[in-house]
Design a protein around this ligand. Structure first.
Ligand code: MOS
Length: 731
């Protein structure tokens, strides 16, 4: 089904299932431990052996020699694979660092060998007997240092409109500040894990992955076998956050090991391997320059973003939101990419906007203060209903002003003291901060197969994934709505490359795109049912297990008396997203307490108000944005992969050293979704929300700290050591 004209009224608008708060149908499976995750698939194939991966002990250089003789002779060892015997490994368009290193080493903990043994303990013990001699080379590990040698990334040329330099120099009020964000880890609960089994020349991978189609394509390329010889199965995923968008070493090494061992092999990355072996969100340094008239109208928006990564790979696009979140006729956006020999930097929840908003939205707070305009008001003054880089493109829907107003009212923003460090409760300094929220709404083609079986039950199959987001549930709601059957009569099967290709889960496009694909397949199924029953599908109503045309109704099971009926189709997005700017919007508010003596920072409450199209399921959407807000609070206050700048690796590579917020860090959190439908986004009229909640909340935390203390920290995370010297003397 082509989607190239705005959605008209359609069966989804009935809202019998869609937009109703619906608990996750996979919830009981997960909370009772009966949802099988990749590493737990003990029953899918017999005779599984255990693989343990050895990571490189240097960040850059070469393996001079690897002696595996002791490891090979160790008890229980079945096989060892390294670059000497792995054969030729192909490349993928999505991986920059090779998943099997050697002899050349590109980063610390790059996989260099896998040992297969009868038990996990035997594999792990034998791995420690591998003797590697390295030739270490000097590397570049410090972004601040490498920044001066950075280049324009091939994929991201400078963008400009109007005359930024002139407008900025002439602006009566301006801000010019530097900000920095740290390297961050996805730190998802479920580690990377794969069971690989070969049958002849075909390999099956039970794994944990966000994008089944990419995984199948990329595994075929890596192994040098046809795509149809790879099967990827990933029905349950314990979090990904972008870390599982692209295949990782567990998948490749399990496949290589299973081929060598001639047995199924299961591999999980031990937690201390995850942070350096896999990808992370790259640190950024950003310069934001804003120029405004005295009454607060932005005339110049300049944003420069530096990041580092392996040579010729991707930059962190921290300037992304600055192209279009606020009005302003003159704009200059530049990215620079430095070469670093750290592990590969890649996508993590809202790549681009998440760190970009942490700088821009603090700069807006600083500008508001200079102007003497309330920060909420400043954002309202600079609202735009068109893409400022291309004013012919209207926003499909944008209720950012409504979010700002509603949020300010609900939060009690008028109680905020404009002057910082004015509110005290004993030794605690109390402050409020706010920031806008902004994330693009991406669309991705998505297909599904929907079957009506003999007893009137509906089965949906698509290679879509549920990474903890609620895909099972919203897809079931969609099919129930479209086919007019109870939710309990819908079975959803996901995460299998033998199913039609979906959007997968990434870039917050999954919910809208995958349900739109199911919508298309259901439309086809409705047609096929009507045809079978000899009725005109136009004007036929599907409800209560019946199809009704005028006065006449027929039970759906009449159509399937002689066997199931299938509808297979997908959504193909046309150029509506080119003609109209599509994004998601919101406003974040935070109240914070900072201890005047120690700098300890406690979030007291957070509020997010969002404008993001139709909310398909208020329960799972809320869960998505509160999770994202927590992650943003982590980025603001504690998440920090610390670089050993001499040896070139992340030092705190486990969950003891890499801190993420826990429940006690997040006492009160509220979420409001504005009533909205966006007929330009899809027949579902929905948008993504999974990443919106992390875009801006970190800046709201920083702005609240400033309001509480008068200390403006522009270097995240805002740990107490950065506050201590600037805390007010409370006597
Ligand atoms: Mo997202 S970073 O595309 O999972």
């Amino acid at each position: 089904m082509k989607f190239d004209t705005p959605a008209a009224e359609n069966p989804i608008d009935q809202l019998k299932f869609i937009s109703r708060p619906t608990l996750r149908i996979d919830g009981p499976l997960k909370t009772t431990g009966t949802a099988p995750y990749a590493y737990e698939r003990h029953d899918v194939v017999a005779n599984q052996a255990y693989g343990f991966i050895l990571g490189a002990g240097i960040a850059k250089g070469r393996i001079k020699s690897m002696d595996i003789s002791k490891a090979k002779a160790a008890p229980g060892v079945i096989a060892i694979v390294n670059s000497d015997n792995a054969g030729k490994i192909g490349t993928t368009p999505r991986n920059f660092a090779r998943l099997l290193g050697g002899p050349e080493i590109q980063h610390y903990h790059q996989a260099v060998a896998i040992v297969v043994a009868e038990t996990f303990e035997q594999a792990r013990a034998a791995t420690s007997l591998i003797e590697v001699e390295y030739q270490r080379e000097e590397g570049s590990y410090d972004l601040a240092e490498a920044k001066d040698d950075s280049v324009v990334p091939k994929t991201h040329e400078d963008k400009s409109v109007g005359d930024f330099d002139k407008a900025f120099s002439e602006a009566p009020v301006k801000i010019d500040e530097m900000y920095s964000t740290s390297d961050e880890s996805h730190a998802m609960m479920e580690p990377f894990a794969t069971i690989a089994a070969w049958k002849g020349d075909e390999v099956t991978l039970w794994t944990s992955h966000q994008m089944i189609n990419w995984a199948a394509n990329d595994m075929a390329s890596l192994l040098g076998i046809p795509r149809n010889k790879v099967r990827v199965i990933s029905p349950y995923i314990g979090g990904g956050f972008g870390g599982k968008l692209f295949v990782r070493a567990d998948a490749l090494m399990a496949a290589l090991a299973a081929r060598e061992a001639k047995r199924p092999v299961k591999v999980a990355l031990a937690r201390p391997m995850m942070m350096n072996n896999a990808t992370h969100r790259p640190a950024t340094i950003q310069r934001v320059r804003l120029g405004a008239t005295k009454d607060g109208k932005l005339t110049a928006v300049g944003h420069d973003g530096w990041s580092g990564n392996l040579k010729d790979s991707r930059p962190e696009v921290s300037t992304k939101q600055s192209t279009k979140i606020y009005a302003g006729d003159n704009r200059l956006l530049r990215l620079r990419l430095a070469t670093l020999d750290l592990p590969e930097g890649s996508a993590m929840r809202a790549p681009g906007e998440a760190p970009g908003m942490m700088a821009l939205e603090v700069a807006m707070d600083e500008l508001a203060e200079k102007l003497g305009i309330d920060p909420v008001e400043l954002r309202i003054i600079n609202d735009t209903q068109v893409d400022p880089m291309d004013p012919k493109r209207r926003y499909s829907k944008r209720q950012m002003v409504e979010c700002l107003r509603e949020g300010a009212e609900k939060f009690g923003w008028n109680k905020r003291q404009v002057e910082p460090a004015q509110v005290r409760e004993g030794q605690w300094l109390i402050g409020m901060g706010m920031a806008g929220a902004f994330r693009d709404n991406a669309l991705a083609n998505s297909a599904a197969r929907v079957t009506l079986d003999r007893d009137g039950k509906v089965i949906v199959e698509t290679d879509m994934t549920d990474i903890g987001t609620g895909s099972y549930t919203i897809i079931a709601q969609t099919a129930a709505e479209m086919m007019g059957v109870p939710l309990a009569d819908v079975t959803v099967r996901l995460g299998d490359s033998s199913f039609p290709i979906s959007s997968g889960s990434g870039g917050q496009w999954g919910a809208n795109s995958s349900t739109a694909g199911v919508y298309a397949a259901c439309m086809k199924l409705r047609e096929n049912i009507a045809k079978k029953l000899g009725v005109n599908p136009e004007g036929a109503l599907f409800g209560d297990g019946k199809i009704t045309v005028g006065e006449k109704w027929i039970k759906l099971t009449e159509a399937t008396k002689n066997g199931p009926i299938i509808g297979k189709d997908g959504i193909e997005f046309g150029d509506l997203a080119k003609k109209y700017a599509q994004s998601t919007f919101g406003a974040h508010f935070v109240e914070i307490a900072v201890h005047a003596m120690t700098g300890e920072t406690r979030i007291r409450r957070m509020l997010g108000v969002y404008s993001a199209g139709r909310i398909l399921n208020p329960v799972s959407a809320r869960s998505q944005v509160i999770g994202a807000m927590v992650m943003g609070a982590g980025a603001a206050l504690m998440e920090h992969l610390v670089v050993d700048k001499k040896r070139g690796f992340f030092v705190n590579h486990d969950l003891a050293g890499y801190e993420v917020p826990v429940n006690a860090d997040i006492p009160r959190q509220e979420v409001i979704f504005l009533e909205e439908t966006d007929p330009l986004s899809s027949p579902m009229k929905a948008k993504g929300v999974g990443e919106l909640g992390i875009c801006g909340i970190g800046a709201a935390v920083a702005n609240a700290i400033y309001n509480a203390t008068g200390a403006r920290v522009r270097d995240y995370p805002i740990t107490l050591d950065k506050l201590l010297d600037s805390l007010p003397d409370i006597g």
